[in-house]
Design a protein around this ligand. Structure first.
Ligand SMILES: Cc1cc2nc3c(=O)[nH]c(=O)nc-3n(C[C@H](O)[C@H](O)[C@H](O)COP(=O)(O)OP(=O)(O)OC[C@H]3O[C@@H](n4cnc5c(N)ncnc54)[C@H](O)[C@@H]3O)c2cc1C
Length: 314
């Protein structure tokens, strides 16, 4: 027979938002249960140097930072479970969630911190080079490309914003786009076209990211012109993939209000979803900032919101 585990606060996800929620909920003596999901530690486990998380003078490694957060949450009293939530029922309290292990989680309140995943190009070499010249976050990694040449792939607002931002560091930014016009807002496009450091290559797709192994790093990209079929190569030190993000929210469809693009909707200035007692924090609600420190802040807010909800319903 399936086992049931009851908790006052169920946290779904083990990125900065989930662990921060765990730290605060445990310190509020709510004995939270945190289900780690398919990527224990979240997105930062697939990067190397992190230079912008406050509290460390020198850069730290993303996976190490997440181990510290996990250890801190566990030491405070968060029960951390290696499982993956497959379905949820938020129609009545206590809420229920069913894990891949068969465990039924029953909870007085829930914090959704399932994050988001960057969309990648799908090239075989791409993941192996993540953190070694391939990135999906200019805010996070732009600083490492001072005096270097980089490529940005994409044609929407994010790609254009990232290209312009990267000119603060790089000597040259090449934007590569599959079509012959950008989807970004006109005012952003104008800023891009006026920037002398940016070149746009139209109608091209990246077929291969070129790299060397000692030291491991990107050296260029091989392109294919989608109109003529012609191939070409350009030299660069970094490739920024800016073709969008996908929040991990399939599981909540039909139960939690979400935007058309899947991001969960929360009441402004809080982490409250449309279901009383269910809160959402981190990249799963945030398509704009997408930083570890903002996710951690939102995780803290969600635990405080959940604590207040529980206190009011006792
Ligand atoms: C390559 C890379 C480099 C980055 N570098 C930086 C940086 O230098 N500085 C910075 O501030 N930010 C950086 N970021 C962004 C940062 O990692 C994210 O903003 C942050 O991790 C978001 O935290 P989160 O807790 O909201 O979600 P995530 O980190 O996305 O974690 C989501 C969690 O939810 C879990 N989950 C998903 N589905 C389920 C489910 N069904 N059941 C249970 N659990 C589930 C996953 O297992 C995961 O643990 C980087 C991101 C990437 C991809």
């Amino acid at each position: 027979m399936a086992q049931t585990k009851h908790t006052q606060i169920l946290i779904i996800g083990s990125g900065p938002a989930g662990y921060s929620a765990g730290i605060y909920a445990a310190r509020a003596m709510r004995n939270p249960v945190l289900v780690e999901g398919p990527q224990p530690g979240g997105q930062l486990t697939i990067t190397t140097e992190v230079e912008n998380y406050p509290g460390f003078e020198h850069e730290i490694q993303g996976p190490w930072l997440m181990e510290q957060m996990k250890a801190q949450a566990a030491r405070m009293g968060t029960e951390i479970i290696a499982d993956w939530i497959m379905s949820v029922d938020f129609s009545k309290r206590p809420f229920t969630a069913i894990g891949d292990s068969g465990m039924i989680y029953s909870a007085d309140s829930v914090i959704i911190a399932t994050g988001a995943q960057a969309k990648w190009l799908g090239l075989p070499e791409e993941m192996g080079l993540s953190g070694f010249g391939v990135s999906a976050c200019a805010t996070c990694d732009g600083f490492f490309y001072r005096g270097k040449e980089v490529v940005v792939v994409g044609g929407g607002n994010t790609a254009v914003e990232e290209a312009i931002f990267l000119t603060n560091f790089a000597t040259k930014v090449t934007l590569i786009h599959r079509r012959d016009e950008l989807r970004a807002e006109k005012v952003m496009q104008q800023r891009l076209f006026n920037n002398p450091k940016i070149e746009v290559i139209w109608d091209n797709a990246v077929e291969e990211i070129l790299a060397e192994s000692e030291p491991r790093g990107v050296t260029g990209v091989r392109l294919k012109n989608l109109k003529t079929g012609d191939q070409s190569q350009i030299k660069c030190d970094g490739v920024f993939v800016a073709i969008g993000h996908k929040p991990s929210t399939e599981l909540f469809k039909g139960q939690i209000s979400m935007k058309e693009n899947g991001y969960l909707i929360v009441e402004a200035g809080t982490t409250k979803t449309n279901i009383e007692g269910v809160f959402a924090a981190g990249d799963v609600t945030d398509e704009h900032y997408r930083q570890a420190v903002t996710a951690a802040g939102l995780g803290c807010m969600a635990a405080l919101d959940a604590e207040k909800f529980l206190a009011e319903h006792e």
